[in-house]
Design a protein around this ligand. Structure first.
Ligand SMILES: *[C@@H]1O[C@H](CO)[C@@H](O)[C@H](O)[C@H]1NC(C)=O
Ligand SMILES: *[C@@H]1O[C@H](CO)[C@@H](O)[C@H](O)[C@H]1NC(C)=O
Ligand SMILES: *[C@@H]1O[C@H](CO)[C@@H](O)[C@H](O)[C@H]1NC(C)=O
Length: 258
C-alpha cells in the first residue's frame, strides 16, 4: 500500500515537473505570417536564456565560443580564444513566412550583438609591416566587438513528412541561403596589441572603428558562415522534434511527400 502511494506521488511529481516545450507553443494558421512571426519571436525571447534541454538545444544567449580562428587575407591570424556572443534573445523578426505549397520558408531578422572575450592576434606579413611601417604584430588580451542592427535574411526549403502518425517540417539539406547587411555600425575594442614592443591597441582599434565596412567585407563572410551553421542546426533540431500540430492549426497531411 505504502509502495503504491509512493509510486503515485512520485509519478505525479514527475508529471508536474515535466512541463514540455511544446506546451509553450500556440497554433498559427499557415498563411498567418504575423502570427508565426510573433510565435518565433517569443520562442527566441523565452528560450534563449535556458536553451531547450529536452531537445539538447543549449542556451543561445549567450553563445559560448572557443578557439574560433579567423585568417585575415593570409596576412594575419586572429583567434577568439574564448568568448561570448550576446544579444540573440533581443533579435527582432521583421518577417517569418512559410509557404507550405512551394516548401519555401523566409526569415528576416535584425539583431544587436556583442562579442567579447579573450583574443590572440599575430601577423608577420610584409604587407602589414609596410602599411604600418613597423615590426610584426602580436596581441593577447581582451576584445569586444559590437554590431548594431545586423539584418539577416535567410531562405530555406522544406518538405512535409509524416513520422509516427504526425506531420513535421523537414529542412532540405544544403538549401539554406542567406544575405546580411549591417544597417547600423560595427565598433571594436582591444587591449594588449603590440607592434614590436609598442602598444598600438588604441591606434589599431581606432582604425578598425573607422574602416568597419572594409573589415566586414574582409572577415564578415567567414563569421557569418560559422554563425549560419549554428542557425541551421538550431532550426533543424527544433523542427525535427516538434510536430506541426503544435504550431500550425491546419492539417498538413495533404502536403506529405515521404
Ligand atoms: C515556458 O515559458 C516560460 C515563460 O513564459 C518559461 O519560463 C519556461 O521555461 C518555458 N517552459 C519550457 C518547458 O520551455
Ligand atoms: C595562421 O595560423 C595558421 C595555423 O596556426 C598558420 O598555418 C599560418 O601560417 C598563420 N598565418 C599567419 C599569416 O600568421
Ligand atoms: C571605437 O568605437 C567605440 C564605439 O563608438 C568607442 O567606444 C571606442 O572608444 C572607439 N575606439 C577608439 C580607439 O576610437
Amino acid at each position: 500500500m505504502l509502495n503504491r502511494n509512493c509510486v503515485v506521488i512520485i509519478s505525479t511529481l514527475l508529471f508536474l515537473g515535466d512541463a514540455a516545450f511544446v506546451d509553450n507553443l500556440s497554433q498559427c494558421e499557415i498563411k498567418d505570417t504575423n502570427c508565426q512571426k510573433n510565435l518565433f519571436q517569443n520562442i527566441l525571447k523565452v528560450q534563449s536564456k535556458t536553451g531547450i534541454p529536452e531537445y539538447n538545444i543549449p542556451v543561445f544567449d549567450p553563445i559560448i565560443l572557443k578557439d574560433v580562428n579567423v585568417p585575415v587575407l593570409n596576412a594575419a591570424n586572429l583567434t577568439l580564444v574564448e568568448g561570448k556572443l550576446k544579444g540573440l534573445s533581443g533579435c527582432v523578426f521583421n518577417d517569418f513566412t512559410t509557404h507550405v505549397d512551394s516548401g519555401l520558408a523566409s526569415v528576416d531578422m535584425t539583431c544587436d550583438l556583442t562579442l567579447s572575450g579573450k583574443y590572440t592576434a599575430f601577423s608577420d606579413s610584409e604587407l602589414i609591416k609596410s602599411v604600418l611601417g613597423g615590426d610584426s604584430i602580436r596581441g593577447d588580451g581582451k576584445t569586444k566587438v559590437k554590431i548594431e542592427k545586423l539584418n539577416m535574411k535567410f531562405d530555406f526549403k522544406f518538405k512535409v513528412i509524416k513520422k509516427d502518425g504526425e506531420t513535421y517540417l523537414k529542412g532540405k539539406d544544403g538549401s539554406l541561403s542567406y544575405k546580411y547587411d549591417v544597417l547600423g555600425k560595427v565598433s571594436f575594442a582591444a587591449n594588449n596589441l603590440f607592434m614590436g614592443d609598442q602598444d598600438v591597441s588604441v591606434t589599431v582599434t581606432n582604425l578598425l572603428n573607422q574602416s568597419w565596412k572594409l573589415v566586414m567585407q574582409t572577415v564578415g563572410n567567414q563569421l557569418m558562415s560559422k554563425a549560419m551553421e549554428r542557425v541551421k542546426a538550431l532550426i533543424g533540431n527544433l523542427f525535427d522534434h516538434v510536430p506541426t500540430k503544435y504550431f500550425i492549426s491546419e492539417d498538413l497531411s495533404a502536403y506529405v511527400t515521404n
